[in-house]
Design a binder for this molecule. Sequence first.
Ligand code: SAH
Ligand code: SF4
Length: 385
Amino acid sequence: MAANLLDYDLEGLALFCERLGEKRFRAVQLFRWIHQKGASDFDAMTDLAKSLREKLKTCAHIAPLRLLSQHESADGTIKWLFDVGGNDAVEAVFIPESDRGTLCISSQAGCAVGCRFCATGHQGFSRNLAAGEIVAQLWFAEHFLRKHLGRDERIISNVVMMGMGEPLQNYTELVPALKVMLDDHAYGLSRRRVTVSTSGMVPMMDRLGQDCPVALAVSLHAPNDALRESLVPLNKKYPIEALLQACVRYLAVAPRDFITFEYCMLDGVNDTPELAAQLVDLLRTAGGNLNWCKVNLIPFNPFAASGLLRSSNARVQAFSEVLSRAGVVTTVRKTRGDDIAAACGQLAGEVQDRTSVVVRIHKQRSAEALANTGTLDAPRATEVH
Ligand code: SAH
Ligand code: SF4
């Protein structure tokens, strides 16, 4: 079977070149063509010898994910749904802000952790994505956006592993994908601009710290084990104390001097001022002070099967004030792309229920731009039935 070159970090590609009887430095040229120029056709790689190009055609390819749909929100957020075979789809979301462009990508089709408030979790686990399928989301988005926005320079400045799946339960494929993101010959993102979000895979947090210490976000959602267990089942295996100790260990290698804690605000479940005070105590005890952490309060994106509701703004505000007054740096995440359900797992959840899907293309120009993406050969945005 032909090798998918999107699967390789630079070292992997160098080994691949060696196996072909080529010099390792050819890998740098190839890597740049693929990731910096968005090439998927070996014939376009004009500074590679014709003989090498012919050889590559027989044993390698650059495999994009099949695009199922694109939704563009009024606020500029764009969500893509990709087919990964076997009736599974994964999503990636681009969130433009004045000073950065963030891409949120998926690591698995479905998720085995099964958090109560997460649509992906409710869907169950299908399979791990290959490194090349993780990278393909960035590869597609970066080069699509350059064309779409008519710009020649880098558009995506930050990547967050906050789409579908638990990245640290797909560790072997995650690490080479992260290395591609960081490589100067590919996307050249700094470690502080690539964030892995985890529900608390403690042993893998330590390994990530050794192998590829990017920024870390930890989905906490509750300040005590009883409540956290009811929301994040993985807490039974790795309870809060072990999780926070792993966070403190990670700080020694983290690219920033803090860990971000995510806390999804669920009405009447985890959003009282008492729980906020408990959270302050917990973080202070774990780290000795409160300077080592940031808390990101996420408004819950409701879906029917969860039976849960979003906390009111007033409750989020009150919770946030308890944290801030105690000295915890706290932000309330803005909801972006609300009109296109651009939140964790939402669209993929819709797709699973194939009878009731209505894909809305919000702006015709997105669909037109999609059809005109040239070398990326993107299919026209299609409706999913
Ligand atoms: N599995 C990883 C990363 C993917 S989820 C993790 O759990 O951290 C990314 C973030 O989205 C997590 O913080 C998760 O708790 C949050 N999330 C999941 N479902 C959500 C929902 N319905 N509303 C708001 N945030 C949600
Ligand atoms: Fe999986 Fe993260 Fe969703 Fe939990 S919140 S089910 S870990 S994707």
